[in-house]
Design a protein around this ligand. Sequence first.
Ligand code: FAD
Ligand code: NAD
Length: 479
Amino acid sequence: MTSTQLVVVGGGPGGYAAAFLAADLGLRVVLVDPEANPGGVCVYRGCIPSKALLHVANLVSESRHAKAWGIEFGEPRIDLAKLRDFKNGVVSRLTTGTGQLVKHRKVQYLQGFAEIVDAHSLTVKLTAGSEEQVQFEHAILATGSGPAIPGPLKLPGDNDPRVMDSTTALDLPDIPKSLLVVGGGYIGLELGTVYAALGSAVTVVEMTPGLLPGADRDLVDVLAKRITRTFKTVLLETRVVQMAAEAKGIRVGFEGKADQKDEVFDRVLVAVGRRPNSGIPGLGRTRVRVDERGFIVVDEQRRTHEPSIFAIGDVAGEPMLAHKASHEGRVAVEVIVGEDVAFAPRAIPAVVFTDPELAWAGLTEAQAAKESRAIAVAKFPWGASGRAITLDRTDGLTKLVIDPDTERLLGVGLVGPGAGELIAEGVLAIEMGATATDLKLSIHPHPTLTETLMESAEVFFGQATHVYRPRRQKEKAQK
Ligand code: FAD
Ligand code: NAD
């Protein structure tokens, strides 16, 4: 029997960030997770391995692109075993690090699966075989999410390894000649990018009229234009209605706009969203509530309906992003130690690590339209950026969503190589209540892609050095 001030269930980026901060603030902390070290989905089978593979994919496509600059490398020879080792090495380096941080901070780490007994105790079925009872003053549930696989995307009574989810796709079982990706969202496009660079003919099927339904269309258009060259086919407004295993591949039936109603693929990746892991055994013995979509219901301090229990990360609502989980974890801990704080971000950045990358933060144009909110939009095309031209990557766009009255920055959208890094400036600007003038007057280094943010602000005033847009954006907003 262990008695602790805080138990954290789930060792993902939400759970371990919470456990580490709590230990730093002097609490006795127990962290429970089935893996040998903290990391969760993000580190073991999500953000990190996918980005390691995307880094390699970018190198492959850059090397192909280099032909246009007079440098020819020839077609890459891919050693899949070595590539797998690189990716696994990245994961183990990080998880070894989190394991060491557990020890340095004297967090008690229980490798196992937690079952809730009541509002102040739980049982951990340890991976080693025995059980440990844990009594706690507070608990943070950070159990994350898993892939959603709806009925028509399951093979009848069969577990065919050729139908993959993100976890199996990240294992790189082989490089299929043809790959169908079901779902044109984050995972489908990121892993589709990896497989396309490695040599697969990738088809994406997306049920809505466009890829990445949550993002603004002008940004997606830039990405979609490139994807139509790197992927074999993109089928929009199309659904998979059945799948059958055949000796030569997986036969997939389509319904919707696709001309072909039926096609055979070597492999299929199903990436149609994720479900929160709220089916924690024993949760029903507490007052914790779960909504109709399976998310644990929390308030802005991340308290559940059971006063001793908090919930954070993917299990506690969208967006299902690692940095949102970590931030919520820190808020929950600060609330537990008595600070008057809440999870109330103005901007949670979203980054899709495709080629080019796509990123946004704060208010999108689509959201503003939905809310009939008056905004001004200032855009800077990367064709006018010196840095983008030196990189031979002018397929980019930076845009600012601005409050026309206060001139405050409400949102930032970016598409282009490195957009995932650039968006952080937008987040800081939105959180600090910066205005278009602040952005315009902050000297940005030349030649960098960051200048596109400054020049977008100049566009807002009709004074951008490298594009000629006399006052139109601002006047339009004032009408
Ligand atoms: P998780 O990371 O899901 O961790 C939850 C942990 O709890 C798991 O280890 C699980 O085994 C454990 N657990 C569950 N139930 C119990 C129990 N009863 N007892 C003990 N332990 C339990 N997000 C980004 O921000 N950037 C990215 O680039 C990105 N890329 C992604 C790529 C892929 C392929 C996938 C699948 C996801 C990606 N995500 C990315 C999303 C990101 O992984 C999640 O948002 C993030 O991991 C959520 O963190 P979490 O702490 O809520 O839970
Ligand atoms: P997603 O919600 O991003 O995309 C799923 C897509 O599948 C949507 O576009 C949806 O319209 C489509 N879809 C749903 N059912 C379909 C069907 N039957 N046929 C065809 N299309 C269908 O989900 P995901 O790609 O599985 O990723 C899950 C979550 O993981 C993301 O929402 C995100 O929160 C997180 N994630 C983040 C990153 C990142 O931050 N870079 C990367 C990967 C995953």
